[in-house]
Design a protein around this ligand. Structure first.
Ligand code: DAH
Length: 339
């Protein structure tokens, strides 16, 4: 009877083992035969009911079957593990012949391009480059530039106040004062950087960039100012663009001028960009006000100088025919990728 039982157990086990394709399925099978309530375990429990002479041979046979099943389970388990590993290796393998993924190259922002171009022109004329803080004392942004408290010029520049005496600089002109305090003439530098005004529309953003320029020495004249700025504008726009100086007012220069170029779009005949005037305003400039020299301890009888300031976004917009300043700060690569 024992012999039949054993061969039946082995056969049914092997039949069930055949289609097993996963480790969890294999475990289920193990439990079904060798678990506490397993088929083979039940037979082992039955041994107690047999007469002692049969018990011995039946027990030995059942143990053999048990070893047979354990061995078969172990073997299949290893096979399944090997299979899984080779599947994993195949699916996670790296095909070194596949083309790499494309990382698009970055571009220099158009405002930075213009800034670098302007800087190059002035450096080639012997100007050095200076910097100053963006969070600035009211004193440097206004007072020392001859813009006292209550001066109407303060209202021209919608100032972000950090505290009563501290502002986000509204222009790069305070760098003039800081450098003059630190160094003695002769001086010849530009100062590019970010400036802030509480203003936002198609041609204004709360943060934008300016370049300031200052030249101070013993015999600096308005002619020097004209020739430096004409040279600059001819190099940045085109060698034949007309340049004109229009009388204007800035508290820190006297006399002051606004500098226009002939409209590069209509060549002076009048269009939407130049509002029909044929001219486009590019920068502010003038001879340094003697009062500013006095405040930094320079003798205005000994020294004279000129200063100028311009917005970099504005020049970039003209150079690339961009009609909305906000495009510079949206970081849309479809826009930025064009320059
Ligand atoms: N700071 C002036 C502004 O932001 C621009 C300017 C005008 C700067 C005349 C100058 C200057 O140095 O001489 O509008």
């Amino acid at each position: 009877m024992g012999g039949q039982k054993n061969s039946f157990l082995r056969e049914s086990f092997l039949n069930e083992l055949g289609p097993v394709v996963s480790v969890p399925e294999l475990e289920e099978l193990r439990v079904r035969y060798l678990g506490k309530k397993g088929l083979l375990t039940a037979e082992l429990k039955n041994l107690g009911g047999l007469p002692p002479d049969q018990r011995r041979t039946a027990g030995a046979a059942l143990n053999e079957t048990k070893e047979f099943i354990e061995h078969a389970l172990g073997q299949r388990k290893q096979e399944l593990k090997d299979l899984e590993l080779s599947r994993k290796l195949a699916s996670e393998g790296i095909d070194v012949t596949l083309p790499g993924s494309y990382v698009p190259p970055g571009r220099v922002h158009p405002v930075t391009q213009t800034l670098e171009e302007i800087t190059d022109v002035f450096v080639s004329m012997g100007f050095s480059v200076e910097e100053g803080p963006e969070v600035e004392l009211d004193y440097y942004n206004f007072e020392a530039l001859n813009i006292p408290k209550e001066h109407p010029a303060r209202e021209m520049q919608d100032t972000f106040y950090v505290s009563k005496d501290v502002v986000l600089r509204t222009h790069t002109s305070p760098v003039q004062v800081r450098v003059m305090q630190r160094k003695s003439p002769p001086l010849k530098f530009i100062a590019p950087g970010k400036v802030y005004r509480c203003d936002a529309d198609i041609s204004h953003t709360p943060m934008f960039h300016q370049i300031e320029g200052l030249m101070v020495g013993e015999d600096i004249t308005f002619s020097n100012l004209k020739s430096v700025l004409e040279t600059f504008l001819h190099r940045i726009f085109s060698p034949d663009v007309p340049v004109r100086f229009r009388p204007s007012y800035f508290p820190f220069t006297e006399p002051s001028a606004e500098v226009d170029i002939g409209c590069i779009f209509c060549k002076g005949t009048g269009c939407r960009t130049c509002k029909g005037s044929g001219w486009i305003e590019i920068l502010g400039a003038g001879m340094v006000n003697p009062h500013v020299f006095e405040m930094v301890g320079y003798d205005p009888k000994q020294y004279s100088g000129f200063a100028f300031g311009m917005g970099i976004e504005r020049i970039t917009m003209l150079k690339f025919s961009i009609d909305d300043i906000r495009l510079f700060f949206e970081n849309d690569i479809r826009f930025l990728g064009q320059f």
